[in-house]
Design a protein around this ligand. Structure first.
Ligand code: SF4
Length: 160
């Protein structure tokens, strides 16, 4: 396995992988798409020295520094290392739907309270109520017994 390290290093890019997540109805067998990053990392470490670093870009990636190239290599591991315990994110769509978790179907309608009055009190109440329902995490499972997606909507509905 090759890090494409010289190109990334020369261009100043990070290298970040992400594990596939069971979102949206798709054709095909997800188990054939799923590669645990624990295996990818072990393969990389046969050739490169990856030391954990504390860098944080505000996203879910956990970073390492590659000693041989000086480049930063990030891993996003929703499956092999669930990072939900530190999550404070919600997503608001352009139609006013607030999703409290990428991995759950629950959502709150903010458009109705927004349009219901000139003031913000109804909207604030709806947001507080929605945040109170934010789940502790996803229920993603990818194996041969769980072929259906954890949530029906695709990532593009919610945004990244
Ligand atoms: S699955 Fe939900 S709780 Fe976990 S990191 Fe994503 S949005 Fe946050």
């Amino acid at each position: 396995m090759n890090l494409n390290s010289s190109w990334c290093g020369a261009e100043g890019f990070d290298l970040v992988f992400i594990e596939t997540m069971p979102m949206g109805d798709i054709d095909g067998d997800r188990t054939s798409q799923y590669l645990p990053l624990s295996i990818v990392r072990a393969n990389l470490e046969r050739r490169y020295t990856l030391a954990p670093i504390a860098d944080n870009t505000g996203g879910p990636a956990r970073y390492t520094r590659c000693a041989e190239t000086g480049g930063r290599v990030g891993f996003i591991t929703p499956m092999t290392h669930n990072f939900c315990e530190a999550c404070n994110r919600v997503r608001l769509t352009c139609t006013g739907t607030l999703y409290m978790c990428l991995g759950q179907d629950d959502a709150a309608d903010l458009r109705t309270p927004l349009r219901a009055s000139e003031g913000n009190e109804l909207l604030h109440t709806a947001i507080r109520e929605a945040i109170g329902r934010k789940p502790k995490g996803h229920d993603f499972i990818i194996d041969r017994r769980h072929q259906r997606p954890a949530v029906k909507r695709t990532m593009s509905v919610t945004g990244g």
